[in-house]
Ligand binder design. Structure first.
Ligand code: ATP
Ligand code: MG
Length: 423
């Protein structure tokens, strides 16, 4: 459970602490600013925990390499990110970037000070300087040998703050919570924090291939699977040569944004227009949409196996569009052997959009483009696709060969988070 102190407003905005920078003219704390990280489910993983923590530490280091070289120290249930000659501004930037790394529940910018009451008190006074309103101190000891109990420490530091600044203590719902954590080698003092994504470190659950349209749903599906520890690659089908490249630019921009959750993302693009035309002229008619989705999945399966991926991921939500009825989903599953993960299956569109906004993909998804699927949308799409009928169509198309060709025609891109360059 995250500590109560890390007040987060009910609208979900984190209680970012802006009052902690050492003000000029005041004696600095004899410690260093660092990022104190609270882990989520990672701590529940028993014997695997060592692996999880190692993976998480690697992911943290990779994510913040462009900002600073750091040392990541693993402790019981927390991690500490230290960097040489850290300024408060650098540490703030680190904390913010760290909240994108999957597997983290909170990132606090904390003062790392000596493990004695005086140092803790000095840091606490520094942190509370200039604040108005009520406050509470909450201590916890990971090292029980510390001479004061948590309650004694709360009282001692609380009294010092009340004395110095005349602020009233309020234990229930204070305006400011000052947290103290006594660890093995040092103490941490902080107030406020940034909520992380939760979940598991990317890479712990294997690798998957996301079928990525330019729409709203598939980026959210990718996010949700990364959060469960999957490392993902992306596959986009464009209507080229019969549409422009706009959908590819969108897919690229989406993957670049999502790359902040894992790093090293790969986007594979297949020009799909000619295959769509073949489906159309095969007389698939009302089954054309499902037939083409099956072809996408088959192509995806071939590519996924090449990439050592164990699953395909789509943005399907039950009943959202006519291709997403239970019968049609069954017909899609029939096309491939790999499991298809559909993390949005039970979500409402409004919930999906809310998530898309939060992960900053919504505005990209809403840009206009020519979805390749509109090329062959029949007037009335089939809602109860029969697998036998689909197999007939696919026989005529020699779909196995077609999927091989498509999988062989992929172009690979490497969108990197923070890169300004276009596709
Ligand atoms: P999205 O918002 O993700 O486009 P959607 O609600 O428009 O989803 P569909 O168009 O039926 O629904 O697509 C369902 C899923 O099929 C998508 O979430 C995606 O995983 C996959 N898909 C559809 N079109 C493409 C495409 N052009 N390239 C890659 N995958 C696609
Ligand atoms: Mg779509």
């Amino acid at each position: 459970m995250p500590p109560l102190d890390t007040a987060i407003a009910t609208d979900g905005t984190p209680a970012v602490d802006t009052a902690t920078a050492a003000a000029p003219g005041r004696p600095p704390v004899d410690g260093e600013p660092c990022v104190l990280i609270k882990l989520g489910e990672v701590v529940l993983k028993g014997k695997n925990r060592e692996l999880f923590e190692k993976r998480l530490a690697d992911n943290i280091r990779a994510a913040i390499r462009p900002i600073a070289r750091v040392e990541v120290i693993r402790r019981h249930g927390v991690m500490v990110v230290r960097t040489k000659d850290a300024t408060v501004a650098t540490v703030d930037a680190l904390a913010e970037r760290i909240t994108d790394v999957m597997g983290i529940v909170w990132a606090h910018r904390a003062w790392r000070v000596g493990k004695d009451v005086e140092s803790v008190e000095r840091a606490a006074l520094e942190l509370m300087a200039g604040r108005q309103g009520t406050f509470a101190v909450r201590s916890r000891r990971r090292d029980k040998r510390f001479p004061l109990t948590s309650t004694e420490l709360d009282r001692r530091v609380g009294a010092a703050i009340a004395d110095r600044y005349g602020l009233p203590v309020r234990l229930k719902g204070p305006d400011h919570t000052l947290s103290i954590e006594i660890d093995r080698d040092e103490a941490f003092v902080f107030s406020g924090g940034l909520p992380g994504q939760g979940g598991l470190p990317v890479g712990m659950s294997g690798r998957g291939l996301v079928l990525m349209s330019g729409g709203i749903d598939s980026p959210v599906a990718a996010y949700r699977m990364m959060r469960r520890g999957l490392r993902v690659d992306y596959l986009h089908f464009s209507g080229m040569p019969f549409t422009g490249p706009e959908s590819i630019y969108k897919a690229y921009a989406l993957v670049r944004e999502l790359d902040r959750f894992q790093g090293g993302s790969r986007l594979f693009v297949v020009p799909f227009g000619k295959a769509q035309q073949q489906i159309k002229s095969s007389g698939a008619d009302r089954l054309a949409v499902i037939a083409q989705r099956r072809l996408m999945l088959r192509t995806g399966e071939l590519l996924a196996r090449r990439l050592h991926g164990g699953t395909l991921i789509t943005g399907d939500a039950l009943g959202q569009v006519s291709s997403q009825t239970l019968a049609n989903i069954t017909a899609l599953d029939d096309a491939v052997e790999l499991p298809i993960l559909r993390p949005l299956i039970g979500m409402d569109k409004s919930e999906i959009m809310e998530q898309a906004r939060r992960i900053r993909t919504l505005s990209i998804s809403e840009l206009p483009d020519e979805d390749c699927c509109t090329l062959l949308a029949p007037r009335r799409a089939e809602t109860r696709a029969k697998i036998d009928d689909l197999r007939q169509i696919e026989k005529r198309l020699d779909v196995g060969e077609l999927a091989e060709q498509l999988a062989g025609s992929v172009q690979e891109h490497r969108p990197v988070y923070g890169d300004a360059g276009a596709a």
